[in-house]
Design a protein around this ligand. Structure first.
Ligand code: CA
Length: 527
């Protein structure tokens, strides 16, 4: 954390320098008068407050189950909290954070999972980078989907309306506060936030000049059914089809052993899991094996094989691509833990069936058909026609960790192909406005083994240089026309950068060619 603190202290020093040259208190006075100036339809001002850099922002209004610790402000801010009615039976709460040191750029953040939690961490991070940033509660409070019950308007907020409304209102507030308004608008989100970014690209192409969409939960309804499907494969912990977390860790170890070298480097990282087809029969205990902790049964091997296979509908069409191999040890606690996956259960309970007795244990493939037929407000977010976004000059950077234990990176590849097919454009044509970067070793949005820090959050921040920061790479693309060919990630060890690696633009993949070892970024080539 020392590295981050030092960076923040450095930025604070720059800000203090800027403050000294400004007339005293102008910013603060202007902030305090902003509430009275906000007169927008359906908008109620909850409060406006001036937040000096370094303050711990109290988030008393954020529901406790969001688990959000008080958020530190890294720069001086004007904090605006609003409520916006989205229908007769739904509303969002949203905040706009207006930094004193403003670059003229507007930015919207997203959410995660099924939650209704403002992404304060991203708001603090991006205001530190000089953006006027908005975040909303996604139309409901807390981490569960309970408020979707019999209320499609709350579902509409979740699927698209919270981010869109937040963006429209946040732009107005930004224009009211800064005389110069804003020059460009950006979106920055991961997971559900990644899907929300894609929803904007697909359905509200005018909202943003540039979008960073990470590890997106797109193909959402099928993703939810895929999550429900795993329990039918593993069964409960008492079933002979079930593997313990230790056995899944053993499976992962063996899979990485089989596929690590495909990219030319034995570094414990599978650069491109699409090329990895593990032989699960090699994990099976032999007749003479006495150490059952080093192998699994034939029945368990079948579970592994099915879990790592594609997910088909009851009529045999592909609903969701396979889980990419190599992330089993973590998925073991999420999907393969012998209970129905909680987000899937909640979606069926509160959206598909509106039946609070639904517990997920009786889920069948036919339910996947019912859910997909319902697809409320096109929650799928899998429309390949993004021509309107292209036409308005928008740019999108899409990234996805190739060791994502929650959302398969294969789904991002499927979507890239779908856009290519829908628009009849080759990758080099797509390059002009849409670039996709698989990030090797990255888990879900962050973490994992490898050069996974690309500036996607403050903990993964190593500086503002566009080559090392996915958001600033997008800014450079939008504002200077310089598009990123690679995203350069850092492998952090505590406060130090252990090594860096340049992640290739899909469909190229990274191959270790030497002469240096795998920690030498110049010994890799995108082929
Ligand atoms: Ca490798």
């Amino acid at each position: 954390m020392h590295r981050v603190s030092a960076i923040v202290a450095g930025l604070a020093a720059i800000v203090i320098g800027a403050v000294a040259k400004s007339p005293p208190n102008t910013f603060e006075v202007s902030c305090k008068s902003l509430g009275a100036r906000i007169k927008l339809p359906n908008v109620t001002v909850n409060f406006v407050q001036y937040v000096p850099s370094g303050s711990n922002i109290s988030l008393a209004d954020n529901p406790p189950d969001c688990g959000q610790a008080p958020q530190q402000a890294y720069v001086d801010l004007c904090r605006v909290a609003l409520a916006v009615k989205t229908s007769d039976r739904s509303s969002i709460t949203m905040e706009t954070w207006l930094p004193r040191k403003y670059t003229g750029r507007f930015l919207s953040t997203g959410n995660g999972g099924l939650n209704g939690c403002v992404d304060y961490a991203s708001m603090a991070y991006t205001t530190m980078l000089g953006f006027s940033t908005v975040g909303a509660n996604n139309g409901h409070n807390g981490t569960t989907a309970e408020s979707f019950l019999n209320n499609p308007d709350v579902v509409a907020d979740y699927v698209y309306r919270s981010v869109h409304t937040n963006t429209v209102v946040g732009k107005e507030v930004t224009k009211l506060f800064y005389p110069q308004g804003f020059s460009k608008s950006y979106y920055f989100g991961c997971s559900t936030g990644g899907r929300q970014g894609w929803k904007e690209v697909q359905d509200f192409p005018d909202d943003f000049d540039g979008v960073v969409a990470g590890s997106p939960a797109m193909n959402l309804v099928n993703l939810i059914s895929w999550g429900a499907w795993f329990y039918t494969l593993t069964g409960p912990p008492t079933a002979d089809t079930f593997l313990t977390p230790n056995q899944w860790a053993l499976v992962q170890e063996n899979i990485i052993k089989q596929c690590d070298g495909i990219d030319g480097a034995l570094d414990g990282i599978i650069e491109d899991p699409s090329l990895c087809y593990p032989d699960v029969s090699s994990f099976i205990c032999s007749a003479t094996s006495t150490n059952s902790s080093a192998c699994i049964t034939e029945t368990q091997a079948l579970t592994v094989y099915r879990v790592l296979g594609p997910f088909y509908s009851e009529t045999g069409s592909l609903l969701y691509p396979r889980m990419q191999p190599g992330a089993e040890a973590t998925s073991a606690f999420v999907y393969y833990n012998g209970v129905p996956f909680t987000y899937s259960t909640q979606w069926y309970e509160y959206v598909v069936f509106n039946d609070t007795t639904w517990d997920g244990t009786g889920w069948t493939l036919h339910d996947a058909t019912i859910a997909l037929d319902q697809n409320p407000f096109d929650a799928e977010t899998f429309n390949g026609d993004i021509s309107a976004f292209k036409k308005r000059g928008g740019k999108v950077i899409h990234y996805h960790g190739t060791a994502d234990w929650l959302i398969s990176s294969e789904d991002s590849k499927l979507y890239y192909r779908k856009v290519s097919d829908t628009l009849r454009m080759t990758p080099s044509q797509l390059d002009k406005f849409y670039r996709f970067f698989p990030i090797s070793g990255m888990g879900h949005c962050s973490g994992g083994n490898g050069a996974v820090s690309i500036g996607q959050d403050l903990a993964d921040y190593t500086g503002q240089a566009p080559e090392d920061n996915v958001l600033m790479a997008l800014v450079q693309w939008v504002e200077k026309g310089i598009a990123p060919d690679t995203l350069r990630g850092a492998k952090l060890s505590g406060t130090e950068v252990e090594y860096r690696r340049k992640h290739c633009k899909y469909p190229l993949r990274n191959v270790h060619v030497g002469p240096g070892n795998y920690t030498d970024e110049n010994s890799w080539q995108c082929i």
